[in-house]
Write a new protein. Structure first.
Length: 283
């Protein structure tokens, strides 16, 4: 049997974790295919030795074309890093259902579809790594971000099932649970709040505004010291895909470890009480 492919496909490489991972893995000798909806944002990665491709995870033909190009060159994909995703903030009642669908389309459904596309040839070579970039938000929920947390809870379940289903084919599934990562993600999360501005009598107006302010403060204030930069996640990814038997679940940053442990230890009532100290309950 020929040597398995070591080609790596990373989604969402225009910034943040995707960009840092592409740079790190390329420098480490991996064959990296860095992708984004707008390939013109990937010039730095191309200069660093990455192959760059246009890939819109919400577009079936775009995904098919990218996978076909890699498989034509290497026979199969060796590592898939599902990184593309974003946060939709806002009280459950105030977020339009179309926005909720877009959140799940990007964070869940298209991630599953891209994984389905690469698996047949990955299975045939009897080797591969699927890395799903989840969040500590898959283990706890903050008020005002229920839809985002729901998408990350879904990724936890999908990763657990995939890990069992693929182990017999020599494919490992690794779920990452980063905490606060200082990227443009925070800006995107707070900007989603501006779309929800309603009339002054809106009972959620003050709540949604506070959620936006708290989210921005987490990225700009003292809490950032319990987080880390995107290269911290990139290092974990490099270590995981280089191991024969990587961990199934990796929690990253002190903020994630602290909050996941706190949530596990607190009752629902105690957790809600701690949330009320940060967020004004709508009334």
């Amino acid at each position: 049997m020929p040597e398995p492919s070591k080609a790596v496909l990373i989604t969402g490489c225009s910034s943040g974790i995707g960009r840092a991972s592409a740079l790190r893995l390329s420098r480490g000798g991996w064959i990296v295919y860095a992708t984004a909806r707008r390939p013109e944002t990937l010039s730095e990665l191309a200069d660093a030795g990455c192959h760059t491709l246009a890939l819109d995870v919400t577009d079936e033909q775009s995904m098919l074309a990218a996978v076909d190009q890699i498989e034509s060159a290497h026979g199969a994909l060796g590592v898939l890093i599902n990184n593309a995703g974003y946060s939709q903030s806002g009280a459950i009642e105030t977020v339009p259902l179309e926005a909720v669908r877009r959140q799940f389309e990007t964070n869940v459904f298209r991630l599953v579809r891209l994984t389905q596309l690469v698996l047949p040839k990955m299975r045939a070579q009897r080797w591969g790594k699927i890395v799903n970039v989840g969040s500590m938000g898959g283990r706890l929920s903050f008020p005002g971000a229920g839809h985002y947390h729901a998408s990350k809870y879904a990724l936890e379940a999908i990763s657990d099932a995939l890990r069992f289903e693929l182990r017999g084919f020599g494919i490992d599934v690794v779920l990452l649970e980063p905490g606060l990562i200082t990227t443009e993600f925070g800006d995107a999360a707070t900007s989603s709040m501006t779309e929800l501005s309603g009339p002054a009598e809106d009972p959620y107006a003050h709540f949604n505004a506070t959620v936006g302010a708290v989210t921005k403060g987490a990225y700009d204030g003292p809490m950032r010291h319990l987080g880390g930069g995107p290269d911290r996640v990139a290092k974990v990814i490099e270590r995981a895909i280089s191991r024969r038997r990587p961990p199934a679940r990796i929690t990253i940053t002190p903020s994630a470890k602290m909050l996941i442990t706190t949530r596990r230890l607190l009752s629902d009532r105690a957790w809600d009480a701690s949330m009320r100290r940060q967020f004004p309950p709508p009334h």
